[in-house]
Design a protein around this ligand. Structure first.
Ligand code: ADP
Ligand code: MG
Length: 348
């Protein structure tokens, strides 16, 4: 080892840029993080607007609790969160965020602007701008209704290696739309809007938390056909509840691209879950076909660990066996009424 190879603490901006590699892959991941913050803030209405697939501008506006003037600079720093304060809190975390990393990461690789207002007075808002810098951000008055707007401009402008990985506007927007779909499927009680290049792509009013209301949302986000060719289920056992819609074999796809599974409102991609579902469909689906489903698993937050990966797409169940068997038997029973590879919807 040479003498110059000394150990140094990374400067905060570089540390944030490195951390950004884990959570900020493309515009869709920025949208996911910022919208999750809006959900955590108790918003009833969330608007997402993009320009050029999100690489030029991502703007998310919510009507949530807002961020206090004095907290605005803090919201941009790493490990700054209002959601947990102890390891105990982590045990039963119910908010989507808790790591306090998203805004710090995003602001280190873009030009980020936060405008927020915690009061009902329309000109009680404040703005803070961060531009990949580590200078103390300046807070200035800015009118804004109660809630928060986050504007992310020129994503990866200062990290050309990452910018090179961005695909065409159309592809990036496709990923954003998919992220939006997952978020809008996770909260039926929120009113959603998605705009791209000034055009409205999805406009979804809040719906009643009943089957008819939810089916309206699913019909406009996925398809009416899926609803016609699926079974609705709602089952409960040993502290677990599973509800949602499972596509009939006739509605299967060549790709596993329409599979939505939520654990306590958080979308997850989990091997154990995937395995249980695959097993349940085994007898009714041709090899190489993939089912379509929108499923919600609800269980005590203390028996599931969401702090497995920074994007929180993975979860760990305390009793994996129990969850697996519950999923398998619930779906297997529902699908048993359906004829193998039936071309028509079963009677159900
Ligand atoms: P985390 O969500 O893990 O707490 P973030 O970096 O995503 O970390 O956000 C940091 C903090 O900024 C949050 O804990 C919250 O207090 C505040 N915040 C961010 N976005 C919003 C928002 N839309 N409304 C209210 N507060 C917000
Ligand atoms: Mg967050």
């Amino acid at each position: 080892m040479t003498e110059s190879a000394r150990i140094r603490i990374l400067d905060p901006r570089l540390a944030n840029q490195i951390a950004a590699g884990e959570v900020v892959e493309r515009p869709a991941s920025v949208v996911k993080e910022i919208v999750e913050n809006a959900i955590d803030a108790g918003s009833r209405r969330i608007e997402v607007e993009l320009e050029s697939g999100g690489s030029r501008l991502i703007r998310v506006r919510d009507d949530g609790i807002g961020i206090d003037e004095s907290d605005l600079p803090l919201a941009l720093s790493r490990h700054a969160t209002s959601k947990i304060s102890s390891l105990d809190d982590l045990e039963d975390v119910v908010s989507l965020g808790f790591r306090g990393e998203a805004l710090a990461s995003i602001s280190s690789v873009s030009r980020l602007e936060l405008i927020s207002n915690v009061s009902e007075s329309p000109d009680g808002g404040w703005r803070v701008v961060a531009e990949g810098r580590q200078m103390e951000p300046r807070v200035t008055p800015a009118p804004h209704p109660r809630g928060t707007s986050v504007l992310v401009r020129d994503l990866f402008f200062n990290t050309p290696a990452r910018r090179k990985f961005l695909r065409t506007e159309k592809t990036e927007f496709g990923h954003v739309e998919e992220a939006f779909r997952r978020l809008a499927l996770s909260r039926f009680d929120i009113t959603w809007l998605l705009k791209h290049n000034q055009k409205v792509v999805h406009q979804l009013p809040a719906v009643a938390e009943d089957q008819a209301g939810r089916e309206r949302r699913i019909g406009s986000l996925l398809s009416k056909r899926f609803l016609d060719e699926s079974l609705h289920l709602d089952l409960e056992a040993s502290g677990l509840r599973l509800w949602g819609w499972v596509g009939l074999p006739a509605h299967s796809r060549a790709q596993a691209d329409q599979q939505y599974f939520f654990v306590n409102g958080r979308i997850v991609r989990d091997r154990l879950v995937a395995h249980a579902i695959r097993q349940a469909y085994r007898d009714v689906l041709f090899h190489g076909r993939h089912p379509v489903f929108v499923l919600y698993l609800e269980l005590d937050p203390r028996v599931v660990d969401v702090n497995v990966h920074p994007t929180k797409h993975e979860v760990r169940f305390r009793d994996g066996r129990l969850v697996h068997d519950f999923l398998f038997s619930s779906l297997h029973r529902a699908l048993a009424a359906v004829k193998p590879n039936a071309g028509e919807a079963g009677e159900e």
